[in-house]
Design a protein around this ligand. Structure first.
Ligand SMILES: [Zn+2]
Length: 79
């Protein structure tokens, strides 16, 4: 690994803007992210990179949207 590449990796890890999760990580944290969101917590701070990934990945964006509406309707519907 060259010094230049090394710096790129570091910036990816440390930069709040440039950091983005992979689809796998996104999927792993999606449940918790939605829970935090619906609880009114700062989900973006709890799981950094999530929002950036959702904004840039249509597949995960859709997963997020459907999980959100699923959790919400599940919580509001009495059984
Ligand atoms: Zn994705």
């Amino acid at each position: 690994m060259t010094r230049h590449e090394n710096r790129e990796v570091l910036r990816g890890l440390l930069g709040p803007e440039g950091f983005e999760l992979s689809c796998e990580e996104c999927f792993e944290h999606l449940d918790r992210y939605v829970e935090l969101e619906l609880a009114g917590a700062n989900a973006d701070e709890a799981i950094p990179g999530m929002r950036a990934h959702l904004a840039g990945c249509p597949a995960c964006h859709e997963d997020h949207a459907s999980l959100r509406s699923f959790v919400r309707s599940d919580a509001s519907e009495p059984r």
